[in-house]
Design a binder for this molecule. Structure first.
Ligand code: BGC
Length: 285
C-alpha cells in the first residue's frame, strides 16, 4: 500500500468564509476567466466587490454564464474574446475594458495551457503554443496594464497602489517537470518576467506578484484526480493530502490584490498543500 493510501484523510469541506468587500470599487481583468482557476478567481474578486472583465478564447457560453453569476454579486461584468498571445487582440481588450469600466486596477494574468510530450517528440508547434499563451500572453497583457496604471497613477479613494498585476504561475516555476518541458520553461519565464517588471515599475506604486498553484482540481489536470487510483497517486506528492480547489486560489488572489497586501511586491506565493516540500524526502533521503 502506498504511503498516501495509508495516510488517507477525509475530503474537507471548506467553510464559505464570508468575504469582506476588500476590493470595493476596483476593476479587474481576468484572462482565461471562463474555466478552472480563472473562474475561481473571477468569482472571489466579485465577492470582494470588484467589477470583472471575463476574458475567454473558447466556449463563449461558459463566459456568458459566468458574467451572469458575477452580476448576481451586484458588480459590473462583461465578457471579451481575445487571444492573449495576439498583440492586436490584447490592445483592443484593454481599450474596451477602460472604455466600459472607466479604469483597470487589477490584472489577473491567468490564461494558460499545456501541450505535453516526451522531449524528443515535442513539436515546435507544441513549444510555441505553450510559450505563446503562457509567457508571451502574460507579457502582452502586463504591458498594457502597466501603461494604464502609469497613466492614471494612484487614486487613493480606490487603492493605495496605482495598480496590481498577479501572474498565475505554477509550482513548476521551480519544480522541473519531465514530459512538460515547454510548460515548465514557460512558468520559469513567468517568474523572471514578474520579478523584472516588479523591479522596474515599483517606483510608480505598481505591485506585481505571482501565485504558484500546485495541483488544483480543474480540467487541465483531470487525468490526475478523476479516478481514485490517480487521486491516491497524486496524494503522494501532496503532504497536506488533499487536492486544491479553485476557490483556494480565488481567496488568495482577492487578498493579494487588496491593500491588505500592499507591501508584498515582486514575490511568488506558493499555494500547493506542501507540494514544493520535496515530499519524497518525508520518509528518509
Ligand atoms: C499544472 C497541473 C499540475 C500541477 C501540479 C500545474 O501547473 O497545470 O496540470 O497538476 O501544476 O503538478
Amino acid at each position: 500500500m502506498s504511503n498516501a493510501a495509508k495516510n488517507k484523510l477525509p475530503e474537507v469541506e471548506i467553510p464559505d468564509v464570508r468575504t469582506p468587500k476588500i476590493l470595493q470599487g476596483q476593476k479587474a481583468l481576468v484572462t482565461g476567466a471562463n474555466s478552472g482557476i480563472g473562474k475561481g478567481i473571477a468569482l472571489e474578486l466579485a465577492k470582494a466587490g470588484a467589477d470583472v472583465v471575463v476574458n475567454y478564447i473558447v466556449d463563449p457560453d461558459s463566459a456568458l454564464d459566468l458574467v451572469d453569476q458575477l452580476k448576481e454579486q451586484g458588480i459590473a461584468s462583461f465578457a471579451f474574446k481575445a487571444d492573449v498571445s495576439n498583440e492586436a487582440n490584447v490592445i483592443e481588450m484593454f481599450h474596451q475594458a477602460v472604455k466600459e469600466l472607466g479604469a483597470i486596477d487589477i490584472l489577473i494574468n491567468n490564461a494558460g495551457l499545456q501541450r505535453d510530450a516526451p522531449f524528443e517528440e515535442m513539436t515546435l508547434e507544441q513549444w510555441n503554443k505553450v510559450i505563446g499563451v503562457n509567457l508571451t500572453g502574460q507579457f502582452l497583457c502586463a504591458r498594457e496594464a502597466v501603461k494604464i496604471f502609469k497613466k492614471r497613477g494612484v487614486n487613493r479613494e480606490i487603492s493605495c497602489s496605482a495598480g496590481k498585476i498577479i501572474h498565475i504561475s505554477s509550482v513548476h516555476e521551480v519544480i522541473p517537470w519531465a514530459g512538460h518541458a515547454n510548460y515548465a520553461a514557460s512558468k520559469g519565464g513567468v517568474m523572471m518576467l514578474m520579478k523584472s517588471i516588479a523591479q522596474e515599475v515599483a517606483p510608480h506604486r505598481i505591485r506585481i506578484n505571482s501565485i504558484c498553484p500546485g495541483a488544483i482540481r480543474t480540467p487541465i489536470n483531470k487525468s490526475v484526480w478523476s479516478t481514485p487510483e490517480a487521486y491516491d497517486k497524486l496524494m503522494e506528492l501532496i503532504p497536506y493530502r488533499r487536492i486544491g480547489e479553485t476557490d483556494d486560489i480565488g481567496r488568495l488572489a482577492a487578498w493579494l490584490a487588496s491593500d491588505h497586501a500592499d507591501y508584498i511586491n515582486g514575490t511568488s506565493i506558493f499555494i500547493d498543500g506542501g507540494m514544493t516540500l520535496y515530499p519524497g524526502f518525508a520518509t528518509g533521503g
